[in-house]
Design a protein. Sequence first.
Length: 166
Amino acid sequence: MTEDFSICCLRDMPALLHRAALWFHGKWDIPEEAYQESIEQCLRGGAVPQWYVVLNGDGAIAAGAGVIENDYHSRRDLTPNLCALFVEPACRRHGLAKKLLNFIRRDMAAFGVERLYLVTEHTAFYERCGWSFLTTTTGEDGLPLRIYSAPTALDKTVCSKRGENI
C-alpha cells in the first residue's frame, strides 16, 4: 500500500460520482441510487449535501464520508450530519479518518456551517478526534442513538479540484 493519499471533494470531481456511489453502497446498507442522488445534489452546489473520498496513489478509494441533513434520527434540529465514514481495512491506522474529519470540518466552515453532528457507537474514536457527546435521540427504528457534535474549524481552506495531499 502506498502512503500517498489525497482528499477529494466530489463536487469538484463529477467523474467519480458513479464509482463513489458504488463504493459507499458496498460499505453501508444503503442503496447505491440513494448515494448517487445525494452526490448529484452535491454537484449542483450548496453546503449540504457534500461527499468526500480519499484516493490512494493508485487512484483507488481508500476512505470516504459525507455530510447530509439528517442521518436517520429524530432530532431534525441537529443538522448537518456527518455520515458514512469508512476507511478500507488495509488503510487503517494511518490517521486517514482523523485527517478526513478535520478536512470536512474546515470545508464546512468555508460554507458558513458552524457545527456538525453525527450518530455513532464509536465514542472513544470520535472523542479523540475532537467530537463531544451531545445527547441521545431515537433512530428511525425506535432504538436509542448517541449524537456527537463538533465545531467546524476556523481555517477556511476549501477543496481544490486536484484534492489535498495528506
